[in-house]
Design a protein around this ligand. Structure first.
Ligand code: GLN
Length: 191
């Protein structure tokens, strides 16, 4: 198994550290040629979705990754990554992959209030630590989407088919369960 981590901008190094702890090989996806190295799952890190989306297009990476997502490649998307997957954004005219049928509100807690830490339940995993940084939340979901976590009456984690997305940053806390859940998806998809 090998994971492709989107590394054009944002907090990709923290995801790499988690995969190192789990002994899972990964490659950084920085340019179009990197997409030719085979990998079994994708990680979209947090960062700035507008910058990531722009770079993906400028670097000629967007279409190939889009095709992989449409083909069912498992993806773990955190924060800005979730914005890239969302089928619609409430407060932004940008549109990126659109493979995850949810609406997302960017910077939903306000720029100042957007950073906080809490412990809350994630379906199937129990209580997990959650670090939010200028976080979006999910404002609505299609019926086919599994809501995994709700914090203060806002949806903050979802799963749809092989796409696992959350408002918070599991890579910043000392808890590996979200990544392990993603790796199970990758394992099931590969076998
Ligand atoms: N506010 C960022 C955006 O809209 C997301 C923040 C994050 O990834 N920590 O892209």
């Amino acid at each position: 198994m090998r994971i492709g981590i989107l590394a054009v901008q944002g907090a990709f190094a923290e995801h790499e550290k988690v995969l190192e702890q789990l002994n899972i090989p990964y490659i950084e996806l920085r340019k179009a040629e990197d997409l030719d190295t085979p990998y079994d799952g994708l990680i979209f890190p947090g960062g700035e979705s507008t910058v990531q989306g722009k770079l993906l297009k400028e670097l000629g990476m967007f279409d190939k990754i889009h095709a992989q997502l449409l083909d069912g490649m498992p993806v773990l998307a955190t924060c800005a990554g979730m914005i890239l997957l969302a089928s619609s954004l409430d407060n932004d005219t940008h549109h990126y992959f659109g493979t995850l049928p949810i609406s997302v509100k960017r910077n939903a807690y306000g720029r100042q209030l957007g950073s906080f830490h809490t412990i809350s339940e994630c379906k199937g995993l129990g209580d997990i630590p959650m670090t939010f940084i200028r976080a979006p939340y999910v404002s609505s979901v299609d019926d086919s989407v599994d809501v995994l976590s709700v914090v203060d009456s806002h949806i903050v984690a979802v799963q749809y088919e092989n796409q696992l997305a959350m408002s918070f940053h599991p890579e910043l806390d000392d808890d590996l369960r979200i990544h392990q859940r993603f790796l199970e998806l990758v394992q099931n998809h590969a076998s």
